[in-house]
Write a protein that binds this ligand. Sequence first.
Ligand code: PLP
Length: 394
Amino acid sequence: MRIQKHCLLMIPGPTEIGYEALLAMAQPSIRHYGDDYVERHLHVIERLQTVFQTKNTILMIPGSSSIAMEAAVNGAVEPGQKILVPGGGMFAERFKEMAVNCNAELVSPEVEWCTPLMPELVADTLDQHPDIRVMAAVHNETSTGVTHPIEDIAEVCREREVSLILDTVTSLGGIKVLTDEWGVDYCVSGNHKGLESPSGTGLIAVSERAWERMNARKTPIHGWFLNLLNLKDYAERFAQWHPSGPVSQPSHVVAALEVTLDNIVAEGLDNRFRRHALCARACRAGMQAMGVELLAADEYASNTVTAFRIPDGTTDTETLRLMEQEFEIIIAGSHHPRLVGQMLRIGHMGSTADRNCMLLVINALAECFRMQGVKVDAGAAVEAVLAVFRNGED
Ligand SMILES: Cc1ncc(COP(=O)(O)O)c(C=O)c1O
């Protein structure tokens, strides 16, 4: 049996998986249908509704989060119709590629990377193109560590009756997501980030208005699997015995997800958001005390991932190597040509949104910089991290 050496994952997903979820998967084969499975499925969906803060229909689609992003775009926009997808990060780019693949007409105002998408830009663009009926946006842009002011953006969409597709892949479970209050029509996520489970399903909460609009399309939704109407139709017809749609679910993953959702609800969403916010603040304070430049302005800095510019005299690859080999901690680089070689990212999501993890990672980073010949004040960094936790939430 091949068991990989385990290093502490302080990356923006996959996140660490707790023992209970691991044990939930250590069971003989689990059918994805039948009475026991139906009971588990209903429980998981109810918990997901709590975490998404929605009463909308939730579908779990085998695959990863991107499958839910693509199913949303595929259902929401017809060939030749316009869709607004502002830029500004790697996952916004992904939405653009999906829209082009659906033969939609892309309207994509530039947003400078590492800066927030402003509601004024969304409002102006929608006012210039009153025929846009759909917008796709990323809540927490993992590639830059920016959390966009989605509450205000959603209001702009609501006022103009524009359907909103929202990627909450790295916000759900760590940063507040109010699907119903914000009027998100397609709220998309996955289970291996803030929900602390293994990857295996894309999650999507779909509003009543979205179903109505999909049913009223002039052209049928292309495809069978990435077709939300088809998935819902099967899920309803098979509800009594095979409730999650027409295909096999990764049932062990769902068993793990059930455990982590129970834990998340037991912790309390608001407590969880406060914990993530506190750790993010500590992380930023530690980095700033070392004199390291953060990529996102404080007001828009993500509570689940912190992106920073690597100090002159260091490289991303050497820092990543030292972190892993010397300290058994994995942080993230950048995969995008715009940022690769310039920055690194620390994930503080799920169980690593924790004081001890923050102390470990900040200390280790300071030492990795020193090993490359760049002296930073490790003592000041640790003290800054501790001070944030001592002072708590004020
Ligand atoms: C914001 C965001 N959206 C989408 C994705 C894609 O997720 P997946 O790899 O689960 O398809 C990621 C992955 O990191 C992400 O961070």
